[in-house]
Design a protein around this ligand. Structure first.
Ligand code: PMP
Length: 326
């Protein structure tokens, strides 16, 4: 679907997957006006197909567009595009477990010209790809590297938007994590480098205490971390299961010390692609430690099962989050 200044949205097309042609002076190739979303279509227990909270993705896509000075796609158009593609690609929606059809809506500036200003033309596109589990090891805990050298986002920057530049800025730290033998980077705040923000493609949760008394804490929305839809959903699901939940600042020292004295029992990451993945170990300039006993914790696994059961139609949709497509 194209957007042109003075004309608005026009020319919606459903076409076979293939290359697109761009003039070498197209704005996106130079100034990075690019935003995207990620959501999944699941096959339900009764053979139908549904997506999880597509209007939340549509709303975040609009917020990203505003931050990048791009045209805002109406939420209904975003969801209608998702419906049209999933209906077309029904045969590609896998059956069973965590498997899904991953959907990638995105938008780029297509005006041709080298002036640095918001473009007057945009192209919204949507592609899809069948997806298995995000980490090949399934629910194997991941190891993380606390990045004190690089930051992903700063106050006033684009951290709360889902734009390509944020991911470009993160690649060097991801490579550094890999060199340290870690699977993922944990980002800290830009000013003090001590407040935990999020991971490369996931938000973080910390579990204090055990059993019924567990408290589930996630870093507050600082303005420089992405407001994840899974993060938001888990605040409700955890409350449904009877856990106390809290959004607040958590420092690297609290993580290390709480882990050492046993008050911090579990840590996990969450996101559309990764669902819920336990964090098993930490490496950092402040020392290395194993999270709990290094194995997936009971609260983490209970939340994971509840979320997946909801998304695959095996649990009652009390929040009205599922959007039936077929
Ligand atoms: N943080 C970042 C940087 C991400 O890319 C993602 C994935 N969209 C998330 C968090 C998790 O967000 P969501 O739950 O909406 O997938």
């Amino acid at each position: 679907i194209r957007w042109t200044e003075g004309r608005g949205w026009h020319d919606a097309q459903l076409v076979p997957y293939g290359p697109i042609e761009l003039d070498p002076a197209t704005a996106i190739l130079h100034y990075g006006q690019s935003i995207f979303e990620g959501l999944k279509a699941y096959r339900t227990a009764d053979g139908g197909i549904q997506t999880f909270r597509p209007y939340a993705n549509a709303a975040r896509f609009q917020a990203s567009a505003r931050r990048l000075a791009m045209a805002e796609l109406p939420q209904e158009t975003f969801v209608a595009a998702v419906e049209a593609l999933v209906q077309q690609d029904q045969a590609w929606v896998p059956t069973g477990g965590e498997a899904s059809l991953y959907l990638r809506p995105f938008m780029i500036a297509t005006e041709v010209g080298l002036g640095v200003r918001p473009a007057s033309e945009y192209l919204f596109m949507l592609i899809a790809s069948p997806a298995g589990a995000y980490f090949p090891g399934g629910v194997e805990p991941v190891s993380v590297w606390l990045s004190e050298e690089y930051v992903r986002a700063a106050p006033g920057g684009t951290g709360a938007a889902k734009c390509g530049g944020n991911y470009a800025a993160s690649l060097v730290a991801q490579a550094q994590a890999a060199q340290q033998g870690c699977d993922q980077v944990v980002w800290l705040d830009a000013i003090e480098r001590r407040w935990i923000e999020e991971m490369g493609g996931m938000n973080l949760y910390f579990v204090f205490g055990e059993g019924e008394d567990a408290r589930i804490v996630t870093p507050e929305l600082s303005g420089s971390l992405l407001p994840g839809i899974t993060r938001d959903s888990l605040l409700s699901i955890a409350a449904d299961l009877g856990y106390a939940t809290e959004e607040r600042k958590i420092s690297t020292d609290e993580w290390r010390d709480g882990n050492a004295d046993g008050t911090l029992t579990e840590v996990f990451a969450c996101g559309t692609a990764a669902v819920i993945t336990p964090v098993g170990s930490v490496k950092s300039a402040r020392g290395d430690w194993t999270v709990g006993d290094g194995t997936p914790g009971p609260v983490t696994m209970r939340l994971r099962e509840s979320l997946l059961a909801l998304q695959t139609g095996h649990r009652e949709d009390t929040h009205n989050w599922m959007h039936r497509i077929a």
